[in-house]
Design a protein around this ligand. Structure first.
Ligand SMILES: [Zn+2]
Length: 201
């Protein structure tokens, strides 16, 4: 397949892309550890969206691997993972970061967030989100412990590694290169890094 569109997303920023059924979406961690929150909406009806909880229960897995689909809230396959050169560690448990999350972490004043990035991207794409779904947190590393606690630990993804998915229907895909610089979401150095969002056909 050939790359038809490339969107460079600075760490903390966002991008959006429309993909037709059969086309691929590739998400690359350009410079090392960086989480990319991903949302997908049906191109014609944003009431239909990628649902982390429906994906978990349909797959009976905590995260999809190569060959697995990500499902909509109507339980139709929306995206299928076709290649993953990263260690395959992603997350479907954590919500997107939002202003209150940063407040709870002790940050004072404005801070970019994935939730706000989603809203801005929807506006730019001329679409309306009727609700804010939980994201598929590409490259996010969440440790599940025997005492039932969960912890966000540094991502395992390295520079240049990517995950590629085939669209199973026409979609609007939104990526937020997570702005988190307090928790270890993007690594312990408190830095964010760019993400490359590409469409292949
Ligand atoms: Zn975030």
């Amino acid at each position: 397949m050939d790359v038809k569109q490339s969107i460079h997303i600075e760490g903390g920023d966002y991008g959006h892309i429309r993909v037709a059924a059969g086309e691929h979406v590739r998400i690359t961690a350009m410079e090392g550890p960086q989480v990319a929150d991903l949302w997908a909406f049906d191109a014609d009806d944003t009431n239909i969206f990628l649902s982390a909880e429906h994906t978990r229960s349909t797959l009976e897995k905590l995260m999809p691997g190569v060959g697995d689909a990500l499902y909509s809230n109507r339980r139709h396959a929306m995206l299928t993972v076709v290649e993953d050169t990263s260690p395959g560690t992603h997350d479907m448990l954590m919500s997107a970061c939002d202003p209150r999350r940063y407040e709870l972490l002790g940050h004072e004043g404005y801070h970019k967030s994935c939730a706000e990035n989603l809203c801005k991207a929807m506006d730019e794409a001329g679409a309306t989100a009727h609700e804010l779904p939980s994201p598929f947190n590409t490259f996010q590393n969440v440790e599940i412990r025997h005492d039932k606690s969960i912890a966000i630990i540094p991502p395992r993804v390295e520079a240049g590694q990517y995950i590629e998915m085939r669209a199973e229907s026409d979609l609007l895909v939104i990526i937020s290169a997570c702005p988190m610089d307090i928790a270890d979401t993007n690594g312990p150095d408190g830095k964010t890094r760019p993400i490359l969002l590409q469409r292949l056909e």
